[in-house]
Design a protein around this ligand. Structure first.
Ligand SMILES: [Zn+2]
Length: 142
């Protein structure tokens, strides 16, 4: 009795054991060869087949990357942010208008209080309100 297609397929996939009939029957042998040829064509069309080892290696790679450190490109760039903030603060500090060196100290050192106030009034004279003149008199030497 000839092998059924299922029997031949099982033999192709290694599920069923070899039988003495296959060695003696050329018809079943030819059907088996044709099936094997069709199966190989299907495998070629289906593209590369991944073996258990390939899949296991891929799984190990994924687990290794999951357990490993976070790739540096995912870390928040604290160092860059701190460096940028520092540079900005220094820039603001340097560009902020600074009060000029206190002229009082220089004037006091060279001439004392009265000379200091006299120079101050001289520099402010152009926009001094008239109401301020009595006060100015307080500081003028007699
Ligand atoms: Zn047969």
């Amino acid at each position: 009795m000839h092998w059924t297609d299922d029997h031949l397929l099982n033999h192709l996939y290694g599920i069923s054991e070899a039988d003495i009939h296959l060695d003696t029957c050329s018809a079943c042998e030819a059907r088996l060869q044709a099936m094997a040829l069709r199966m190989r064509k299907q495998q070629v069309l289906a593209g590369p087949e991944f073996t258990e080892q390939d899949l296991a290696a891929q799984r190990r790679n994924i687990y290794r990357r999951l357990d490993g450190p976070v790739p540096s490109r995912w870390e928040f760039p604290w160092k860059a942010v701190l460096a940028t903030a520092t540079v900005l603060l220094i820039g603001l500090e340097l560009s902020a208008p600074k009060p000029k060196a206190d002229p009082g100290n220089r004037l006091m050192a060279s001439g004392g209080d009265s000379r200091f106030y006299t120079e101050i009034y001289a520099s402010m004279e152009s926009h001094e309100p008239r109401a301020a003149s009595p006060i100015r008199g307080l500081f003028e030497e007699q």
